[in-house]
Structure formats: structure tokens, C-alpha cells
Design a protein around this ligand. Structure first.
Ligand code: NDP
Length: 286
């Protein structure tokens, strides 16, 4: 039997509708949620992502400012702009679109963002809070993936979950979120031995490696939930995930498509995090 498709379009619309409702409620209380996005240089993919973020903000009633800075921007200049946004009380969320030009140290720039405005959840403070189970900004992609798993009706407690990928922005926070839901989690990476056998034991399989067709049907347990985070280009230049979708969907119980899956949820979760940042400001005023 073919797997249920976990529809990112429907779920992202749901998350954005809540964000829009909350944005309106915040405005009634005198707070207009605002996101500032820094775009440095000429990376065309980054420019597309940033336009998408501004569009999402407009849809949700969130103000957005895109600070477009030239490729020649110095690290000191960018840091100074971030410090200014940290100090601006009308700004609730700050995001620096990655990658940055080579002469700018990403780590330094991310660490300059006020953790209370770090809507990407990339600062060490938010990463640490996630680790110890405190309220924090959860990185948007794993947050979106978790939302999809839960929307599919999966009770994670006691389930075996496998995450393929251990990056700081996807794999590791994904694993922490699953542990927090009481799943038993295995994290795989490029040095993992017997990847296929490990994946085939998973009730929930998260593919976040960035390798087209890495996950084949023989690596999937019948009925498993498969979340495809990968965003790759195939030989025809088309967007595809890490999962060999057609054959895997004959084995899995539920699966996310690419496109139309986790990517849309990532965008929606940024809206949710921006609202959360503005709500914190409101709470602090009370
Ligand atoms: P990284 O390149 O930072 O990390 C990839 C991870 O996958 C690494 O841990 C790597 O292992 C592991 N890996 C690579 N090849 C294999 C393999 N053959 N077998 C097992 N593990 C492997 O990527 P990101 O985490 O940033 O992104 C992962 C994918 O998700 C990409 O396709 C990216 O485009 C996509 N993405 C999608 C988003 C969305 O919104 N849908 C958002 C962010 C990313 P090792 O650590 O040993 O090198």
C-alpha cells in the first residue's frame, strides 16, 4: 500500500495562519512583530530564499526589512549592523542569510545576534537551551520536521528514530527534539557503518544528508514514517530530496515529498519563531 503523503503545503498554511492570528493579537497590544534579514553579497539562491521570507512575513502580517549589503561588506560592518538591530526595540527577529562571503566569519556573526532575537536558533545560547530542555528558539528545519511527524499522528515516545546527518542546523537539533519526545535516537553520518541496516530498524527515519537517493526502499521498515529534509538538484536540475521517493513510498507508512515538504515547513517555522520573539517582548512588559 502506498504511503500517506505528509503535505507540507497544508501544514505550512496551518502554521502561518496561527502566526497571522498571533501577529494581529500582538498588534492590538501595541507590538508590531518585525523581522530583519541580512543578505550579504550576490548568491542567487540566497536572494531567492530571502524574497520567500519577506513574502511569508507579508502574508502573516509581520513587518520585514531586508538589509541587502554588498559582497565587499566587512565583517566589522556587518557586526555593527547586527549590534544596532539588537539594540532596536522595534526589531524582534534577526536572521543572517547563510552562506556569507568567505572573508566574513559566520560563527562570529551568528554569535553577535541577541539570543532573544535569534529566530533561526543558531546561537550557542539557544542550542544550549534546546539541549537542556529550556524554552528557546528551535532551528526552523528540525522544528518543521517534528511538526510534520506529530501532524501525521505519530506518538514518538518509545519509538526508534534514525537521523541521517549530524549538522548543527539540522541533524543535531533534530536528534535533540526527538530525544525530548522520548524517542530512542540513532544519529548517522558519513562514517556510519551499515547505514542501511540502521535505517531499516527505524520507526521514524529523518534523511538530512544532502545526497540524492541515499535512502532506498530496502533501507526503510514497512510502515515507517520517512521525513526527507534533503534539498538536492538531480541530473535534470530539478529539486529532489535524499529519499528515492517512488519506491520508498511503496514501503513507508507516511512520507514527506520534495518539493512540497520540509522546505515549506522551514519557512513557516521562521514565522512562528518571529511571533514567539515578539510575544516574549510583550510578556517582559507585563
Ligand atoms: P551538511 O552538509 O552540513 O550535513 C550533512 C550531513 O549528512 C553530515 O553530517 C554528513 O556526515 C552526513 N552525510 C553526508 N553524506 C552521507 C552519507 N552518504 N551517509 C550518511 N551520512 C551522510 O548539510 P545540512 O545538514 O545543512 O543539510 C542537509 C540537507 O538538508 C541538504 O540537502 C540541505 O540542502 C537540506 N536542507 C534543507 C532544508 C529545508 O528547509 N528543507 C534546510 C536546511 C538544509 P559528516 O558529518 O560525517 O560529514
Amino acid at each position: 500500500m502506498a504511503a500517506t503523503i505528509i503535505d507540507g503545503k497544508v501544514l505550512a498554511a496551518e502554521v502561518k495562519a496561527v502566526a497571522a492570528r498571533d501577529a494581529a493579537a500582538l498588534k492590538e497590544q501595541g507590538i508590531s512583530p518585525k523581522l530583519v534579514v541580512f543578505l550579504v553579497g550576490e548568491n542567487p539562491a540566497s536572494a531567492v530564499y530571502v524574497r520567500g521570507k519577506a513574502k511569508d512575513c507579508a502574508e502573516c502580517g509581520i513587518d520585514s526589512i531586508v538589509e541587502t549589503l554588498p559582497e565587499t561588506t566587512t565583517e566589522a560592518d556587518l557586526l555593527a549592523r547586527i549590534v544596532a538591530m539588537n539594540a532596536d526595540p522595534t526589531v524582534h527577529g534577526i536572521l543572517v542569510q547563510l552562506p556569507l562571503p568567505g572573508h566574513i566569519e559566520e560563527k562570529k556573526v551568528i554569535e553577535a545576534i541577541d539570543p532573544k532575537k535569534d529566530v533561526d536558533g543558531f546561537t550557542p545560547v539557544n542550542i544550549g537551551r534546546l539541549q537542556i530542555g529550556e524554552d528557546c528558539f528551535v532551528p526552523c528545519t528540525p522544528a518543521g520536521a517534528l511538526y510534520m511527524i506529530q501532524a501525521a499522528g505519530v506518538q514518538l515516545a518509545g519509538k526508534d528514530a534514525v537521523v541521517v546527518g549530524r549538522s548543527n542546523i539540522v541533524g543535531k537539533p533534530m536528534a535533540m527534539l526527538l530525544v525530548a519526545q522520548s524517542a530512542t535516537v540513532t544519529v548517522c553520518h558519513s562514517k556510519t557503518q551499515n547505514l542501511a541496516a540502521k535505517c531499516a530498524a527505524a520507526d521514524v527515519l529523518i534523511a538530512a544528508a544532502g545526497q540524492e537517493k541515499l535512502i532506498t526502499a530496502n533501507m526503510v521498515k514497512p510502515g515507517a514514517v520517512v521525513i526527507d529534509v534533503g534539498m538536492n538538484k538531480n541530473a535534470d536540475g530539478k529539486l529532489c530530496g535524499d529519499v528515492d521517493f517512488e519506491p520508498v513510498s511503496q514501503v513507508a507508512g507516511a512520507i514527506t515529498p520534495v518539493p512540497g515538504g520540509v522546505g515549506l515547513m522551514t519557512r513557516a517555522m521562521l514565522m512562528a519563531n518571529t511571533i514567539k520573539a515578539a510575544q516574549w517582548v510583550l510578556q517582559a512588559q507585563k
